[in-house]
Write a protein that binds this ligand. Structure first.
Ligand code: XIL
Length: 360
């Protein structure tokens, strides 16, 4: 036997023994090939049972770059505006499902899930409601009819809804709104009872829909998240149909510190322990410039938040508020800020995209 042949045999033996160890003691005789590297966010997220979503608007679907990225990279969409009361129910007995239906059709043709947003909110309530001079019993009827009609229109097409959005103040007290106490739907001064009522209406309207409470500034442990937690615990204890919590996460780079990220993780953990799903619903990380240092810092924070979701089994949705800087709400809502999303205004992937993909 030549030295070369003997060397090859030796190498083969070493490779065989290494495989025996790696393959679990020889019980598995097939050679494991590594899974293919995910090419899109949706491929990566699917492996963790996470829907990776983006808020979308039907007016942009005719922009081919927009449609291409939305339909290939994401497994979920949510109407940024077109399922809100003011747009979908603009007159006493007028519903306009045009925009929402277009989004649902797009989602269906791209095998995407649709998350509904939102049924009960203090903002974007049409003037026919706010200026109608309605009594509490009348508002109660209006809201129940609204919830029922919208949810039944989308039954089987929208898997779950932000039933109530932003009902708490940052100090944990309930926000004064037309639905709570101005004049409210009949539960003014009774804390979360009006919220409970709307969840019961929503469950009756579409018993198969998942029902969520959604809010902002409640991501770390704080007065607002404590109040939402108390409500959620009470609802779960008494069988109110609440399936999960949406955490908006409209943030900036100050969120990137160990204490805040640890607090977010702990907050997720306590809600998960109640048996609730956790959805990251409106994530965007606004910047004041697009320098490479800012984009790198943004990418780091996107990756850290995606990793927290991946590591928490109850985190089922990782969604950003839009996906391209071309159509972000940030410059309008936060003057001087922008560049908040994973794709730039020309649909090019930013460092944030790569960091989310790697984390997922
Ligand atoms: C925002 C939209 O992005 C804007 O286009 C619109 O003008 C105002 O509403 N929290 C929510 C979202 O729950 O519905 C809001 O969306 C952003 C803050």
């Amino acid at each position: 036997m030549s030295t070369k042949t003997s060397g090859l045999r030796c190498a083969a033996l070493i490779a065989f023994l290494a495989c025996m160890l790696a393959c679990g003691g020889g019980s598995n005789t097939t050679v494991n090939t590594p899974p293919p590297t995910p090419q899109t966010l949706r491929q990566a997220a699917t492996a963790h049972g996470i829907n990776v979503g983006a808020a979308a608007d039907s007016q942009y679907l005719s922009d081919s770059g927009y449609a291409m990225v939305l339909g290939t990279e994401y497994s979920q969409l949510q109407a940024e505006n077109e399922m809100k009361f003011g747009i979908i129910h603009p007159g006493v007995s007028t519903y306009d499902f045009t925009g929402g239906d277009a989004l649902v059709a797009f989602a269906q043709s791209h095998t995407m899930a649709v998350r509904g947003h939102t049924l009960v909110w203090h903002n974007e309530v049409p003037t026919w409601v706010t200026s109608g001079g309605y009594t509490a019993p009348q508002l109660s009827t209006i809201l129940q009819d609204h919830i029922t009609n919208v949810m039944q229109h989308y039954a089987g097409k929208v898997y779950g809804w932000d039933v109530v959005n932003e009902a708490f103040n940052d100090d944990g007290t309930l926000r004064d709104t037309i639905w709570y106490d101005q004049p409210g739907i009949g539960f003014a001064g009774l804390g979360t009872e009006y919220i409970e009522q709307t969840f019961h209406w929503a469950h009756a309207a579409d018993p198969s829909a998942k029902l969520y409470y959604n809010d902002y500034n409640a991501e770390p442990l704080d007065a607002k998240s404590d109040a939402i937690y108390a409500m959620a615990k009470d609802f779960k204890t008494r069988g109110v149909p609440l399936d999960g919590i949406g955490f908006q996460l409209h943030i900036d780079l100050t969120f990137d510190n160990p204490a805040t990220l640890a607090s977010l993780t702990s907050n997720f953990q306590r809600f998960a322990a109640l048996g609730l799903e956790l959805h990251i619903t409106e994530l965007d990380i606004r910047l004041q410039d697009s320098s490479s240092a800012s984009l790198a810092a943004q990418a780091k924070l996107y990756g850290e938040i995606a990793a927290i979701c991946v590591q928490q089994p109850s985190c089922k949705v990782f969604q950003t508020w839009g996906f391209t800087d071309k159509y972000s709400w940030i410059p309008g809502a936060f003057p001087g800020w922008g560049w908040a999303l994973p794709f730039d205004a020309n649909y090019q992937k930013k460092p944030a995209y790569t960091s989310i993909l790697n984390a997922l």
